[in-house]
Design a protein around this ligand. Sequence first.
Ligand SMILES: Nc1ncnc2c1ncn2[C@@H]1O[C@H](COP(=O)(O)OP(=O)(O)O)[C@@H](O)[C@H]1O
Ligand SMILES: [Mg+2]
Length: 401
Amino acid sequence: MAAGRIILYTGKGGVGKTSVAAATARRCAAAGLRTVVMSTDPAHSLADALDVALGPGPTEVAPLLHGQEIQAQEEMERHWDAVSDWLGELLTERGVDRISAHELTVPPGMDELFSLLQIKRHDASGDYDAIVVDCAPTGETLRLLSFPDICTWWLEKVFPVRGRLVAAARPLAKTMLDVSLPGEAVFAEAERLAANLVDMNQILRDRTRTSIRLVATPDRMVVKEAMRTFTYLSLYGYLTDAVVVNRVLPDEAADGYFAGWHANQREQLELVRDGFAPVPVLTAPHMPCEAIGGAALDVLGDAVFDGVEAQALLHSDLERELVSGENGRATLRLALPFAERGDIDLKKVGLEVIVRVGGQKRTVMLPAALAGYETAGARFADGALEVTFERLADGRTATAS
Ligand SMILES: Nc1ncnc2c1ncn2[C@@H]1O[C@H](COP(=O)(O)OP(=O)(O)O)[C@@H](O)[C@H]1O
Ligand SMILES: [Mg+2]
């Protein structure tokens, strides 16, 4: 049973994700862990940061340390060929030329999702004690991370009835709609992919060993975005175990040309400390040169992980739990840091509770025990959203509420 440590770094472009991920991996390896650091950001710069050549497979870059820049295209071919071929055929039938058809068969953002599947393979192989992932910037990663929920839905609701559906629809589709329905191979591949994504989602939500670290610079817009990301990650049930504030100007910059920046950064640092508490905030100075190569990365790593172990789970609480109460009531606690009350929309359909915060949506699957419950209200308490459920009177079934 593989159970290595998995650390994912995300944050706005240019804040230092790649540098901090590389520095983390070097420290994990130095601590004796068999480590792989992989970049899933299509804008790869991991090789540049480590100052070595990297390929799509793991390459040894230091004792106990492998580096890897995932090629989304290769991953896609591995996981999506049959589906892609079918979609391609369909589009070509309809007059789209072959090359464009091939391009169109990969939904935007899908390629990075395939890249993340590499985590699952490394985890299953048992080859590594630590997997460090340099992810794509905030929005992308979030959308991808929420994707497996859709897969669960497909696996549970669509695949079980596909045989009947397809048999019934095939002649109709051909004559009425002028399209060919996918064959068994396509379904099988889509099903395998969906199952893989669900497995990966489970690994990513394993809070005993997987965590996400947000990288930010102490600038207003960057901090705001990191806070939003933190809200959404909590909503998705992913653990954030640290915030890394990078490029902090040293006190020498308090006077002179950078005085304004320095003062603003102090303000933002305060905001970060207040806002993310109790999640630990780690900091690194704006170094006098770029963080390129092992020596520079180790200087960065020494600053970020001053007094803490890079591989440790630095925080383990995610205040999201289901509390069963008495008198036919139950309460679901969702940690929703920074979310304003007005931003939240709640809906329950059967065993699914759909919570919307801003533009993001999350489906919480309730335990079967709550089948006979309906939502009775929601309120904010101690930075968490508490949704209360009430048992329906006998004989009634839960409907949308
Ligand atoms: N603390 C730091 N001090 C100085 N330069 C830094 C620091 N952190 C990162 N850099 C440099 O900033 C640039 C962007 O960093 P990078 O890690 O590639 O960001 P991201 O992956 O978030 O886009 C790189 O040239 C890197 O060497
Ligand atoms: Mg990067």
